[in-house]
Design a binder for this molecule. Structure first.
Ligand code: MGD
Ligand code: MGD
Ligand code: SF4
Ligand code: MO
Length: 910
C-alpha cells in the first residue's frame, strides 16, 4: 500500500466502501469498474444524484425565529416539504441602517440551525397526557384535549372554592419570549389572579445596580451602537458564546479602533479576542470597580459638568444624620422627595428640579452652579455633598489596597482607568451573570459611578445590560390588560427562596460568622430583612400555593438546592400540577397533567426581545406535531372549559381584593368576545394595532420575515431610523429626569437597609464564595455555547461538539493534586448536596475554581442528580428595599435575584 500512488489508494478505498454497502446484495465487487472521470459522459448511472437535488426542493419556505430565552432573536427561513421541516437557514436579509454602521447579518447560531431536527426528537410532547403512576414515576395516559382541559378546569375551580383566590400559581418561565406565546399565560394569570414570579429575578438576570443608579435596568444599547465605542469593557460576560449573533459588533468596534477589555476569572471564549484580559479573582468585581473609581477621583479624571447636571453627586447630604437633606427637614409640611444643591452663583441652597417630588420635569441647571465639594449650613443644619461621601468611601480602595483581593496588578488598574476615563464613548458591558452574584449590585453600582464621574452617558457610553425594553403598549394590553388587571406578581428570587424553604438548606452549607464577614449579614439577619421587606409592603409574597400551572419553565432544573426544592414544591402543590411544554423536560416529568405546546415553527408569533430594531415574524411554516397546540390556543381552550364548568357549577366570580375574577366570562374576556380565538388572531391584532410596526400588514411581514420598528418603539426616547440606539439620550440631550428619586443618576441611597448594610454610597463587598463554607473551591456555572439552558442540550449534533455528557471544567494542576484524570468521573459536593460529572481539563481556569456550564437536564446526570444540587444560595437584602423613590417592587426592574455563584465545593475522583 505504501508503494501505491495517492490517487490509486483513494480509488481502492472508495471501492472498499462500495463493497461494504453492496455486500448483502447479489453484486460482485469485480463488476464495479473504477471510473477515471466521474463527471464525464461515460458515467453510467447518475439518477442517485437526484436524491441530493431533491434535498434542496421544498413545498414552501416559511419564516420564523426562536422563542426561547437567548436574546439573539434571529429571523430564519424554514423549508417545508410534505408538512415536515427539512431545514432552516439564516434569513440574513436585514437592512443596513446607515452606511457607516455594519449590517446585522447574518444572525443565528448552531442551536437555531438544528431545531428542524430537534423538533422531531423523542422528548417532544405530542399528546395531552395525564399521570397515572406516582408523580415523577413516568407513567402516563393519553387524553383528548376536551377531557383533559375539562378535568383541569374543574380542579382550578375546586381550588378557588376550597381555598379562595391566591392559591394557584400560574407561572410562565423564560422559555416563551415571543410576544403572543408570552402574552397568553400572562393574560390567563391576569384573569384568574394567578401568582406569577418576576422571571428576570427568578433566573437571576436583573441588573439591580443599573436600576439603582439609572432607575431603569432595561434602557440599553442596540448592539450596533457598540460599533462607534472607543472603549469597551466586558465584565461577567462571554458574548462569543452567549450573544453569538451580536458579538461581531464588539470585534468590529475593535477593528474600528476601540480598546476591548475582558474581565473574567477564566480565559473565556471572548477574552481570547480582547486587547486585554483582566483575570480577576471570582466574586471580587466590586473591588476592581471601586479601584477604578479611586484612580478616577485621585487623578481627577472626572468631568464636573456631567456630574453636576446628570448625577446626584452635588445633592446635599446632612452631616449630622448622614441622610439626604429633604425639604421636610427645613420646611414645615415640606416634601420628602425634594432635595437641594448648594448654588455657587447665589451662595445658597436651592431645591433641585426633576426629583420625584418636584413639579418641574427637567434636570437642566438653568443658571445654577451646584457645588460638588464642601460643607455648608442650611436652615441651621450642617450639610455636605454626595460627592464628598463618595470620595471618602472611594479613598479606601486604591489599586494597591485592592490588589490582594482582586488579584489585579495596580498598574493595570491605573492604565485602564485612564484609558477608560479619556475615551470618547466607553461602554461597560455586563453579562447577565452580574445578577447571579450576591455582590453584583455593588459591581453594577460602582461601574455606574465610573461612568457618572467620567461623563460616559447617552451617546458617550454607559452600561450595556443586554436588554432593551421596547415600547409595546398593545402587547401590554394583551398580556396585562394594560395593567388594569394583573396577576399576583411576586419577586422571583425571593419568592423561590422563601417558598422553597431555601434558608434551611443554606444553614446546612454556610458558616454564619464567615458569611457575615464576607457579605455583611448572616442568615438570621437575612430572614429578618426578608420579614421586614414583606411586612413593610416593600415586596409582595403570596404564601403557600395549592396548585401550579407551569408554562415554558424548567423550574426543577433551574432552581438551586434542586432536589430539595422540587420535593418542597411538589408537597405544596398537592391539588394540581399542570405543565404546558414543548418537551418532556425535567419539570414536565413531575406534572399531573401535560399539555403539549407548539414549538418555534408551529405557531404564529412575533418577537422583539433582543437588542436590535427588528420584530421577527413567526409565520407558522408547519402545523404543530402530533396534537400539540399553540400556547395561545391552549389558553383559549382552558378558559372555555373554566367558563363552561363555572356556569354549570353555578359559579360567577370571586372577589379578590380590589378586583373581581369573573369565571363565568373568563373565556369571553380572554378572547375579547371571540375575536382572538387563535395564535394567528392574536398576532394579527398586535400587528394591526401596534404603532411601532408602522402600518405594515402581517402578510407583508410574514413574506419578508420581519418588521423594522419605527420611532415609536423607543420607550425612553424615539428610536432613530438611521442611527443605532444609545440609552438615556433623552436625559443627556433632552434633560429629561431619570426615573429615580432625585431625577438623577443615583449614587446615594439612605434607605434603611442600605444604611444598615453600610451601603449608602457605592462600595465593595465580597460574595459568599468558598470562604463562607468549609468547601475550598469556588464554583461557577456560566452558560453553554451548545444549548440555550436546557433547550437542545440532548440533541445529537450539539452533543457531538462536546463531551456528550455533563462535564465540569478543572485546572489540570488542581486535578493532579486531587488525583483526577482528564475524562474521568468526579464527585462534586458541599453542604447543599452532590452530583457526578466528567472532568474536562481546562488550563485557563484558576486552580481554586470549578466551572460547569449550566443547563444539562437532571436526567442526563448519573443517578439524575443535577448540578444545582450543589448550588447553595441566598439573596441580597439590598434588592428587597422598597418605599424609597425608585426602589420598590417593580416587575422586570427591581426585586431580588436568585443567585447562582455563592457556593464553595470540593471535588474528588469517583
Ligand atoms: N449559547 C447560549 N447563549 C445564551 C444562553 C445560553 O444558555 N446559551 N442563555 C442566555 C441567557 S438567559 C443568559 S442569562 C446569558 C448568560 O450569558 P452571560 O451574560 O455571558 O453570562 P454567563 O455565561 O453566566 O457568564 C459569563 C462569564 O462570566 C465570567 N465570570 C464568572 N465569574 C465571574 C466573576 O466573578 N467576575 C467576572 N468578571 N467574570 C466572571 C465567566 O468568564 C463567564 O464565561 O446568555 C444568554 N445567551
Ligand atoms: N446553576 C445555575 N443555574 C442557573 C443559571 C446559571 O448560570 N447557573 N442561569 C439561570 C438563568 S440566567 C436562566 S435564564 C435560567 C434558565 O433556565 P430555565 O428556566 O430552566 O430555562 P429553559 O431551559 O429555557 O426552560 C424553558 C422551558 O420552556 C420550554 N419551552 C420552549 N419553548 C416553548 C414554547 O413555545 N411553549 C412552551 N409552553 N414551552 C416552551 C422548554 O421545553 C424548556 O424546558 O436558568 C438559571 N439557572
Ligand atoms: S437560538 Fe437564539 S441566537 Fe440561536 S439562532 Fe435562534 S434566535 Fe438566534
Ligand atoms: Mo438568563
Amino acid at each position: 500500500m505504501l508503494r501505491m500512488k495517492r490517487r490509486d489508494f483513494l480509488r481502492t478505498s472508495s471501492l472498499t466502501g462500495a463493497g461494504v454497502i453492496a455486500a448483502n446484495r447479489a453484486w460482485a465487487l469485480n463488476r464495479l469498474e473504477p471510473l477515471e472521470d466521474t463527471l464525464g459522459e461515460e458515467y453510467p448511472y447518475r439518477d442517485w444524484e437526484d436524491l441530493y437535488r431533491r434535498e434542496f426542493t421544498w413545498d414552501k419556505i416559511g419564516k420564523s425565529a426562536h422563542c426561547i430565552n437567548c436574546v439573539g432573536n434571529c429571523a430564519f427561513n424554514v423549508y417545508v416539504k410534505d408538512g415536515i421541516v427539512l431545514r432552516e437557514e439564516q434569513l440574513a436579509a436585514y437592512p443596513q441602517i446607515a452606511p457607516d454602521v455594519p449590517d446585522p447579518n447574518p444572525r443565528g447560531c448552531q442551536k437555531g440551525s438544528i431545531h428542524s431536527a430537534a423538533m422531531y426528537e423523542g422528548d417532544r410532547l405530542r399528546y395531552p397526557l395525564k399521570r397515572v403512576g406516582e408523580r415523577g414515576e413516568g407513567k402516563w395516559q393519553r387524553m383528548s384535549w376536551e377531557e383533559i382541559t375539562t378535568e383541569i378546569a374543574d380542579k382550578i375551580i375546586d381550588i378557588y372554592e376550597t381555598y379562595g383566590p391566591g392559591k394557584l400559581m400560574t407561572h410562565t418561565g423564560s422559555g416563551n419570549l415571543s410576544m403572543v406565546r408570552f402574552a397568553a399565560p400572562y393574560r390567563f394569570a391576569s384573569l384568574v389572579g394567578g401568582v406569577q414570579l418576576d422571571i428576570f429575578t427568578d433566573v437571576g438576570d436583573l441588573n439591580t445596580g443599573a436600576h439603582l443608579a439609572y432607575g431603569n435596568p432595561l434602557e440599553s444599547f442596540t448592539s450596533d451602537a457598540w460599533f462607534d465605542a472607543d472603549y469597551i469593557m466586558m465584565s461577567l460576560f462571554n458574548p462569543n458564546a452567549t450573544r453569538i449573533p451580536d458579538a461581531h459588533y464588539i470585534w468590529e468596534a475593535k477593528w474600528n479602533g476601540a480598546r476591548v477589555v475582558s474581565v473574567a476569572p477564566d480565559y473565556n471564549p471572548s477574552s481570547i479576542h480582547a486587547d486585554l484580559w483582566i483575570s480577576v479573582k471570582p466574586g471580587t468585581d466590586p473591588f476592581l470597580a471601586m479601584s477604578f473609581v479611586n484612580v478616577i477621583i485621585a487623578e481627577e479624571l472626572y468631568k464636573p459638568g456631567f456630574m453636576k447636571e446628570q448625577t446626584d453627586l452635588p445633592v446635599l447630604v446632612r452631616a449630622d444624620t448622614g441622610r439626604l437633606l429633604r425639604e421636610a427637614d427645613i420646611v414645615d409640611g415640606g416634601s420628602d422627595q425634594v432635595f437641594y444643591h448648594w448654588d455657587l452663583v447665589s451662595g445658597a441652597a436651592v431645591p433641585i428640579k426633576g426629583s420625584m417630588g418636584s413639579d418641574e420635569k427637567t434636570i437642566a441647571l438653568a443658571g445654577v452652579d451646584p457645588a460638588l465639594e464642601g460643607t455648608f449650613e442650611v436652615g441651621g443644619l450642617p450639610v455636605t455633598t454626595v460627592f464628598e461621601k463618595v470620595k471618602t468611601e472611594a479613598a479606601r480602595y486604591s489599586p494597591e489596597d485592592t490588589a490582594d483581593v482582586t488579584g489585579v496588578a495596580p498598574e493595570t488598574v491605573r492604565q485602564e482607568a485612564r484609558a477608560f476615563a479619556r475615551a470618547r464613548k466607553a461602554i461597560l458591558m455586563h453579562g447577565f451573570n452580574i445578577g447571579r452574584y450576591s455582590n453584583g449590585i455593588y459591581t453594577g453600582w460602582a461601574q455606574a459611578l465610573m461612568l457618572g464621574l467620567t461623563g460616559h452617558g447617552g451617546k458617550a457610553g454607559g452600561i450595556d445590560t443586554s436588554w432593551i425594553d421596547w415600547n409595546h403598549p398593545k402587547w401590554l394590553e394583551l398580556a396585562l390588560f394594560g395593567f388594569r388587571k394583573l396577576p399576583r406578581l411576586e419577586p422571583g428570587g425571593m419568592g423561590e427562596f422563601v417558598r422553597g424553604h431555601m434558608i434551611d438548606h443554606a444553614r446546612a452549607h454556610y458558616d454564619p460568622a464567615k458569611l457575615k464577614e464576607r457579605v455583611g449579614f448572616d442568615l438570621d439577619e437575612l430572614q429578618e430583612m426578608i420579614d421586614e421587606s414583606v411586612g413593610q409592603g416593600w415586596m409582595p409574597y403570596h404564601g403557600e400555593m395549592k396548585g401550579l400551572i407551569s408554562i415554558a419553565d424548567n423550574k426543577f432544573r433551574r432552581n438551586k438546592f434542586a432536589d430539595k426544592y422540587r420535593a418542597r414544591i411538589l408537597e405544596e402543590v398537592s391539588e394540581l400540577f399542570v405543565d404546558i411544554n414543548v418537551r418532556m423536560d425535567s419539570t414536565a416529568q413531575w406534572a399531573d397533567y401535560l399539555l403539549p405546546a407548539a414549538s418555534h415553527y408551529e405557531a404564529w408569533d412575533l418577537r422583539t426581545v433582543g437588542y436590535h430594531r427588528f420584530m421577527n415574524v413567526f409565520s407558522k411554516p408547519v402545523d404543530p406535531i402530533g396534537e400539540a397546540r399553540p400556547d395561545w390556543d391552549i389558553m383559549v381552550l382552558l378558559t372555555q372549559k373554566i367558563q363552561e364548568r363555572a356556569i354549570a357549577r353555578s359559579i360567577t366570580s370571586y372577589e379578590d381584593g380590589a378586583v373581581t375574577r369573573d369565571f363565568h366570562t373568563i373565556h369571553d374576556d380572554y378572547t375579547m368576545g371571540g375575536m382572538l380565538m387563535t395564535d394567528y388572531d392574536a398576532t394579527k391584532w398586535l400587528v394591526d394595532n401596534s404603532p411601532e410596526i408602522g402600518g405594515v400588514s402581517l402578510e407583508e411581514g410574514a413574506e419578508r420575515g420581519f418588521f423594522v420598528m419605527t420611532a415609536e418603539a423607543g420607550a425612553n426616547q424615539p428610536l432613530p431610523p438611521d442611527e443605532p440606539y444609545n440609552p438615556f439620550v433623552a436625559q443627556t440631550e433632552g434633560k429629561k429626569p431619570y426615573d429615580t428619586l432625585t431625577g438623577r443618576i443615583t449614587f446615594f441611597c439612605d434607605h434603611p437597609t442600605f444604611v444598615r448594610l453600610g451601603a449608602t454610597v457605592p462600595t465593595a463587598r465580597l460574595n459568599a464564595g468558598p470562604e463562607a463554607s468549609s468547601y475550598p473551591l469556588s464554583f461557577y456555572s456560566p452558560h453553554t455555547r451548545w444549548g440555550i439552558h436546557s433547550n437542545w442540550r440532548s440533541n445529537k449534533f450539539m452533543m457531538r461538539l462536546q463531551r456528550g455528557e455533563p462535564n465540569i471544567y478543572i485546572n489540570p494542576r488542581l486535578a493532579a493534586r486531587k488525583g483526577i484524570a482528564d475524562g474521568s468521573k468526579v464527585r462534586i459536593f458541599n453542604g447543599a448536596g452532590e452530583f457526578f460529572a466528567q472532568a474536562k481539563f481546562y488550563p485557563s481556569l484558576p486552580e481554586t475554581s470549578i466551572m460547569m456550564e449550566h443547563g444539562w437536564e437532571p436526567h442526563q446526570y448519573d443517578q439524575w442528580k443535577p448540578m444545582n444540587n450543589a448550588m447553595a444560595t441566598l439573596i441580597q437584602p439590598l434588592e428587597l428595599a422598597g418605599g424609597w423613590g425608585h426602589l420598590g417592587f417593580k416587575l422586570f426592574k427591581w426585586n431580588a435575584n436568585q443567585l447562582a455563584h455563592e457556593s464553595g465545593v470540593d471535588v474528588e475522583p469517583v
